[in-house]
Design a protein around this ligand. Structure first.
Ligand SMILES: Nc1ncnc2c1ncn2[C@@H]1O[C@H](COP(=O)(O)OP(=O)(O)O)[C@@H](O)[C@H]1O
Ligand SMILES: [Mg+2]
Length: 305
């Protein structure tokens, strides 16, 4: 039997979510009866706990070293295939500024944007804007700013979650509209999911605390919805290709009332808890949760392979 290590935990602020993802994936892969599954909870940024004869690694780490190219680089060096994108795509997707540059270079639509330094008196775009840290997830340090009075504290709040001496915060045009996510696996888009929040903002509360956030399949919405679904899928695949992803990646969108689609970000190690969106979308295609994990595992590779 192939020996599959499932990596989870890690040192980022998404450690607990990662453990939930990893335990789920390990259980699902074991249930298939064809793998020797080894769950590994990492406490450090190294692979000293990984068995030497591991055949492939399922990365269920979120954020930090597990998602920014670090663990991918270590696995390349060991020549052990791993799930999800390689080093370059991980580095690009982890940095929202780099992501926007690469998307724009490839004509993939994203919201208008600029950069602000600490203490800048006004944003680089007209209000309303969203100010965020380029390299943090989970909606930490993000806010919508509608008027000049609120700008200084919002900008300072973003800088307070960033590394010391970080050069710039990302400022984006606020896109009023609906929010969607599309999983792309092996270059193919799975059904789009709409994220419906009570507040119209998918912040930390809405992601991890509120019970009111709903997730709905777009294709359940009729003919217009199907047209939008096709558009989102195409742009999601374009974004995946532009960033040079492989395996699995989740592409997040805002869509204006006129139907303009804007890519917000790419998540190269998306959640795999029982209510996460990639497995939900995969299950809509007819796969079971375990089969979704197996499909993603079958795409494991190194940057050399
Ligand atoms: N330009 C924007 N316009 C409107 N809403 C936004 C914009 N940017 C972010 N948001 C809202 O904030 C949430 C988190 O932003 P995102 O850029 O995806 O960062 P994170 O990495 O924290 O998920 C989004 O899911 C969306 O609800
Ligand atoms: Mg996001």
């Amino acid at each position: 039997m192939k020996k599959i290590a499932v990596l989870m935990g890690g040192t980022s602020n998404e450690r607990e979510v990662s453990i939930a993802s990893g335990e789920n994936v390990a259980k699902a892969l074991a249930s298939l009866g064809k793998y020797d599954v080894i769950p590994i909870v990492l406490d450090k940024e190294n692979l000293s706990g990984l068995p030497k004869d591991t055949d492939a690694v399922y990365i269920a780490l979120h954020g930090g070293w597990g998602e920014n190219g670090g663990v991918q680089n270590a696995l390349n060096a060991l020549r052990i295939p791993y799930t999800g994108p390689g080093v370059l795509a991980s580095q690009i997707a982890m940095d929202k500024i780099k992501t926007k540059l690469v998307l724009e270079m490839n004509n993939v639509p994203t919201a208008a944007w600029g950069l602000s330094s600490r203490g800048d008196e006004a944003p680089p775009l007209p209000f309303p804007v969203v100010v965020k840290a380029p390299r943090d997830g989970s909606s930490v340090g993000i806010s919508k700013v509608t008027c000049a009075k609120d700008w200084p504290s919002a900008l300072e709040n973003t800088f307070s979650v960033m590394e010391e001496n970080a050069p710039a915060a990302l400022v984006e045009e606020f896109i009023h509209g609906r929010e969607f996510t599309v999983a792309v696996v092996d270059g193919e888009a799975w059904p789009a999911i709409e994220i419906v929040t009570a507040s119209g903002w998918y912040g930390y509360e809405e992601k991890y605390v509120s019970n009111e956030t709903r997730y709905e399949f777009l294709a359940d919405g009729g003919k217009e919805a199907l047209k939008l679904e096709e558009k989102l899928k195409k742009i999601a695949v374009d974004a995946y290709k532009a960033v040079k992803c492989r395996g699995v990646t989740r592409v997040d969108f805002m869509v204006s009332p006129l139907g303009r689609c804007y890519v917000l970000e790419l998540n190269t190690s998306p959640g795999f808890t029982s209510h996460s969106l990639v497995p939900k979308s995969g299950m809509r295609t007819g796969l079971s949760f375990a089969e979704v994990c197996d499909k993603i595992l079958s795409l494991a590779a190194t940057d050399q392979s």
